[in-house]
Design a protein around this ligand. Sequence first.
Ligand code: ZN
Length: 292
Amino acid sequence: MDDTVWRQSSLPVSRGALGTRRVDQLALPASLASVHSAFDLMKQIYPQVDVNCIVSPAISHWQVKSISQPPILTLRSTQKAWDIPIVDQHYQTLLDASSQAERARLVAVSAKDSGAWLNALPISVLGNLLDDNSFRISVGLLLGARLRDPHVCRCKKLVDELGRHGLSCQLSAGRHSRHPALNDSIHRALISCKVPNVLEPNGILRDDQKRPDGLTLIPWQQGKALVLDVTCVDTVKKTYLRGSAGQLGYAAHKAEELKRHKYRDPDGRYLFCPVAFETFGPFGNEASSLIQ
Ligand SMILES: [Zn+2]
C-alpha cells in the first residue's frame, strides 16, 4: 500500500474504505464529545470554572481540520457529530487529488451499499466466506492498490498493476460466473419473500433473441408477472469512465436504460424490471427499488 491507499483505508466503510480508523483522526472527535458530555458534572464539581474556555482551543483546532462550523449544542456530546465533518474533509481531499479513473472508483465505493460486503459475517455455510486471495483482490480493487505486475491479457490488451481489466475483459472467467451468481441471489431472495419465480424462462417474448433472466409465476403488480433481466457492468470501463467520475451509479443507470429499451413489450403483457449492478458496488435505480 502506498500513502494514498493507506490514507483511504482509514476512512469508514460507509466512505468506501476498511474502517480501520487512524488515531490522529479519531482523537479530537472522541475528546470533544467526551468533554461535552461531562460538562454538567464539571459544573457541579467546579462551579467557578468556565468550561467553554477549556474546550475552545480544541474546537478551533477541529475547525481548521474539518473546515466546518461546530455541531449544534444538543449534538456536541456525540462523537459522530464531530467525526463526520473530518471524514468528509478527508474524503474530499482524496477526491480532489484523484485522476478521473480514481475519482470514478472513489465515488462508486462510497455508495450506500458498496461496502455492505465488508460488514457481512464471514460464514461459509451462508456463502459469505471469501478465500484469502479473493479478499486480497477485493480490498485491492476497493482501495485502488497495486495488485500485480503489468502484463498482457489473453485478449491482447494490457493489464496494468491495478488489475481492473479483468472486470470487463470479454475472456474473463469470473465475468461469466458472476452473472448466474447474481441471478441466483435474486431468485432465492424472491422465493424467501414468497414470490415463486423461474430462472431464464423460454418463449415469453416473441423475439427469441431476448432471453430474460427471471419471471415471477404470480402477478407482481396490476395483474401482470414481472420479467427480470440482471446485469453487472464495470464502473471503470472506458466507455463509462467519464460518467462514473461525475455521477454515482452512472454505469448502472445507463445499463438499465439500455435493458429497458431492449425489452420493450409491445403487448404490455408483462412488467419489466432491469436489475443493474456495478463492479465497484453501486446499484441501478430500478435494482435498488426492487431489492428494497
Ligand atoms: Zn482481456
